[in-house]
Design a protein around this ligand. Structure first.
Ligand SMILES: [Zn+2]
Length: 403
């Protein structure tokens, strides 16, 4: 299986200059080819072939006065850029035809100068040394090997993020290293108040530094919105915000990596609820909190690590009524308002923590639970019986769901 290994790197000012030229060329070739594809599409023609795009926007473009500076950078990242464009189109086409899993893929977009920049080199365009990595027409970039590269990489991407930091991301082929089996399974409920609740009853909150940084980010965003676009002060405020955002991303990644590793280590089967994250982000009140929580990243990490370490990772449909059903007897309590954190089952009178109950149900829905005992089928309670119990219970329940 393929894995990415990422390291920070420190180019000298002249290397930074060479890199910015390279990023510019990669971006230009991508944007030129994309503009051409869009034109062809509007004219009712098919997408031009990758080989034709390569010829037209790299080989021939170099001969024109307009684009002769493309000669000053290595050819490999330029070709890779158009290969990536081809891949982006294929993903989009497959997604349109319903041949691709996951959320719908959008068509490729134009690349912007202010956003994250990258250039990809395959074998032949770079060479790994003891304390540096050599790139054609850029030179030897100083690198800090924070961990060892397991094998020789097949390709490497030079990245400059919007905070101005440089990274090298290597693609290497690794063999999965299966962990010894355990008989522990876990269901995970992701939430806004608590980041994750496990079916074991454990609750995991966001780390404090993350919360503090979120607050500061809100302040900096407000500050930036008051500046005039394009002014010096605007630029300064933008950099400050980008730097904080980069730090925030690191803090969150670190937290999610540690948490996912621990969960994969301790459990054989991991069941997660498929959250409609993009749908939830449309809800503005919750949007800030959710998009910052990194649920999507958490899921991706669990998935990848499960494959790497030989664990079973399962995602259950978000239409399972996980928070509405009693995890002890299977009684349907009906839809609970988000403000209700604790409730008592009308049938078996167990007091439930909303999130822990949901996590237990997620594990059951995945078909892996010890609490299945005595839960043969859904328990039916008559409206009368339920109404009688309701008077003594502190929760509000919509009676339409008792059927
Ligand atoms: Zn119950």
């Amino acid at each position: 299986m393929k894995a990415r290994y990422r390291y920070r790197c420190y180019p000298t000012p002249s290397q930074q200059f060479a890199l910015s030229k390279l990023f510019g060329c990669v971006r230009k070739v991508w944007n030129d080819a994309l503009a051409h594809c869009i034109e062809e599409y509007k004219a009712g023609n098919k997408k031009p072939k990758n080989a034709d795009l390569q010829k037209r926007f790299i080989t021939q473009a170099k001969k024109t006065k307009d684009r002769e500076w493309l000669k000053e950078v290595s050819n490999i990242p330029l070709q890779q850029s158009l290969n990536d464009l081809e891949q982006a189109y294929q993903n989009f086409f497959k997604s349109c035809k319903g041949q691709r899993k996951g959320k719908p893929v959008r068509p490729p977009k134009f690349k912007k100068r202010r956003a994250k920049q990258s250039a990809r080199f395959r074998q032949g365009g770079f060479k790994v040394h003891e304390n540096s990595v050599y790139f054609a027409k850029v030179g030897k970039l100083k690198i800090v090997w924070s961990r060892e590269l397991p094998v020789a990489p097949s390709s490497v991407t030079v990245i400059k993020d919007s905070a101005g930091r440089y990274f090298l991301s290597f693609v290497v082929e690794i063999t999965p290293e299966f962990l010894s089996k355990t008989n522990r399974n876990v269901g995970i409920d992701l939430g806004i108040k608590t980041f994750a609740t496990l079916s074991t009853g454990e609750k995991i909150d966001d780390p404090k530094p993350l919360k503090n940084r979120l607050q500061r980010l809100r302040r900096l965003s407000k500050n930036l919105s008051r500046k005039t676009r394009g002014s010096k002060r605007y630029e300064r405020a933008r950099t400050r915000k980008a730097r904080l955002q980069a730090k925030l991303k690191d803090t969150r990644s670190d937290f999610l990596h540690k948490l996912s590793s621990q969960i994969i280590n301790e459990n054989q089967v991991i069941v997660l609820e498929d959250l409609n994250v993009s749908g939830m982000i449309k809800n503005r009140k919750l949007s800030r909190a959710i998009s910052d929580l990194g649920w999507r990243q958490f899921r991706t990490l669990l998935e990848g690590k499960a494959a790497k370490y030989g664990r079973e990772f399962q995602v259950i449909s978000r239409w399972e009524p996980t928070s509405q059903v009693c995890s002890c007897c299977g009684f349907r309590a009906g839809k609970l308002d988000l403000s209700i954190r604790e409730w008592i089952c009308l049938n078996c009178e167990t007091t439930h923590d909303r999130d822990i109950n949901a996590a237990k149900n997620i594990l059951v829905a995945g078909g892996h639970s010890e609490t299945l005992n005595g839960r043969g089928g859904r328990h039916k309670t008559s409206v009368k019986e339920a109404a009688a119990r309701e008077t003594s219970t502190p929760i509000r329940i919509h009676s339409t769901l008792y059927q």
